[in-house]
Design a binder for this molecule. Structure first.
Ligand code: SAH
Length: 360
C-alpha cells in the first residue's frame, strides 16, 4: 500500500499545489490549512465548508493523523504524558505541563536518540527514526485537543519545547519546517519566541539554526564544565569539545537581538557535577567565552531504573545556584514535573522498551 501524505506536515504552498492537481480552486488550500491547524480538525467529514465529494477524495488520498495513541498518563501535579506509536511501530512521547501562568508542551523530534548521554533514559533506546514534519506538528495538535477540545482556540501563552526524545539538531530540516507551520498566523500561531529547541551540542548545525527565518530560542545542554567529565556524561563531547561548543555559542550570541537570551541546561548529578567547585568552574567557563547573554537552567536529575545517578540534596542544589549567582550568572531551578508518571526530563523512553533493552 502506498503511504498516505501527512497533510499536517504540508506548507500552504504544497496544499495549493495539491488542490490544483485535484482540479479545485486555490482557496481550498487555505480552508484545509485552517481546518487542520487553527480548528485542529482530525476528520475531513468535519470540514463542512468544503463540498462533500471533495472531502471524500481527501480522506481517501491523504492523512490528517499518523500517530497512534498507545497510553496516556496523568500525574498528580496535572502533567500528562502521551505515548504514541509511528506507522513504523516506534515510540513517540509528548508531555503537557500546566503551570498557573502558562502551559508548556514538551515534544519529541525523534523516536529514540543516537546520543549516549549517560544520565538519560532515552539514550537506552538508541536511535529509532527521525520524525516527519507532520509527526512533530501532530504531537502539539493532539495535546491541545486533549486539553482544550477540538476547535477551541489555543490559549495565548502556550510554550513549546523540543526537549522530549531525540536530538533536534539531528533532524533540523523537519524541525524547522514544523516550527514554521506551528507559528503560522493562520494556524496554531505559536510564535518562534515561545518555542525553545534544546541541543546536546551538534556544533556544525549551529550556523544553520542561527540563520532560520523562523528561529526559536536556543538551549544548550552542558551538564559539565570540563572536558574529562563531559566526555563521560555526554559522549558527543568527544566529537565537539567544550572549546568548540563555547565558540559556537559565542557566535550564536552575536546573532541575538536586543534583550534576547539563550540558555544552558545543567543536569545536577549528586556527587558528580554538583560541588561548589563545579559551579565556579561553570561560571568561569561562561566568563572566559564572554557568554553574557547566557542563563543557566539547573535540572536536578530525574532518576529512573536503570540510570545510575541521583539528584543532589536540596541544600547542594541551592548552594550550586548561589555560587553561580554570586559569580554574576543568572541561574534558575527547574522543578521536576510529572516524575510519578515518568514524564520528567530524561525519563522519556517508552520505559518498558528501555528496561527490556537493558536486560538483553
Ligand atoms: N537532545 C537534546 C534534547 C532532549 S533532552 C538535548 O540534549 O538537549 C532535554 C534535556 O533533558 C537536556 O538538557 C538533557 O540534558 C536533560 N535530561 C536528560 N536526561 C535527564 C534526566 N534523567 N534528568 C534530568 N534531565 C535530563
Amino acid at each position: 500500500m502506498e503511504e498516505k501524505l501527512h497533510l499536517l506536515g504540508c506548507e500552504k504552498e504544497e496544499l495549493e499545489k495539491l488542490v490544483g492537481e485535484l482540479g479545485e480552486p486555490r482557496f481550498r488550500a487555505q480552508q484545509i490549512f485552517r481546518g487542520l491547524h487553527q480548528r485542529r480538525l482530525d476528520a475531513f467529514s468535519d470540514f463542512t465548508d468544503m463540498p462533500k465529494a471533495f472531502r471524500a477524495l481527501l480522506a481517501e488520498r491523504f492523512a490528517t493523523r499518523k500517530l497512534a495513541l498507545k497510553s496516556r498518563y496523568v500525574s498528580s501535579d496535572g502533567t500528562r504524558r502521551y505515548l504514541f506509536e509511528t506507522d513504523r511501530g516506534n515510540p513517540v512521547e509528548t508531555v503537557y505541563i500546566p503551570t498557573e501562568s502558562r502551559d508548556t508542551i514538551c515534544f519529541s523530534s525523534q523516536s529514540g536518540c543516537a546520543l549516549k548521554c549517560d544520565f538519560c533514559l532515552t539514550a537506552k533506546l538508541g536511535f529509532l527514526q527521525n520524525l516527519s514534519v507532520g509527526e512533530i506538528v501532530e504531537q502539539i495538535v493532539f495535546v491541545l485537543n486533549d486539553v482544550y477540545g477540538i476547535g477551541n482556540e489555543t490559549p495565548y501563552g502556550t510554550n513549546l519545547v523540543a526537549m522530549g526524545a531525540g536530538e533536534p539538531f539531528h533532524n533540523l530540516d523537519n524541525l524547522a519546517k514544523a516550527v514554521a507551520l506551528m507559528s503560522h498566523e493562520d494556524g496554531l500561531f505559536i510564535v518562534p519566541g515561545r518555542i525553545t529547541v534544546s541541543t546536546a551540542g551538534v556544533v556544525p548545525k549551529f550556523e544553520e539554526f542561527a540563520r532560520l527565518e523562523k528561529r526559536p530560542n536556543l538551549a544548550i545542554s552542558l551538564s559539565a564544565a570540563n572536558d574529562p567529565l563531559r566526555d563521560v556524561l555526554m559522549p558527543i563531547n568527544t566529537k565537539w569539545n567544550l572549546d568548540q561548543l563555547m565558540r559556537a555559542a559565542f557566535d550564536f550570541q552575536k546573532t541575538l537581538k536586543r534583550g534576547e537570551r539563550f540558555t544552558f541546561e545543567y543536569v545536577l548529578l549528586q556527587g558528580v557535577n554538583d560541588s561548589e567547585e563545579d559551579a565556579s568552574q561553570l561560571a568561569q567557563l561562561l566568563r572566559k567565552y564572554r557568554l553574557r547573554r547566557a542563563k543557566i537552567n539547573l535540572i536536578p536529575h530525574n532518576s529512573a531504573e536503570p540510570l545510575a545517578y541521583q539528584a543532589p540534596e536540596a541544600e547542594s542544589v541551592l548552594r550550586f545556584k548561589k555560587t553561580l549567582e554570586n559569580a554574576g550568572v543568572s541561574a534558575y531551578l527547574r522543578r521536576p514535573r510529572g516524575n510519578d508518571i515518568f514524564a520528567a526530563c530524561g525519563q522519556l523512553a517508552a520505559r518498558e522498551i528501555a528496561l527490556a533493552a537493558e536486560t538483553e
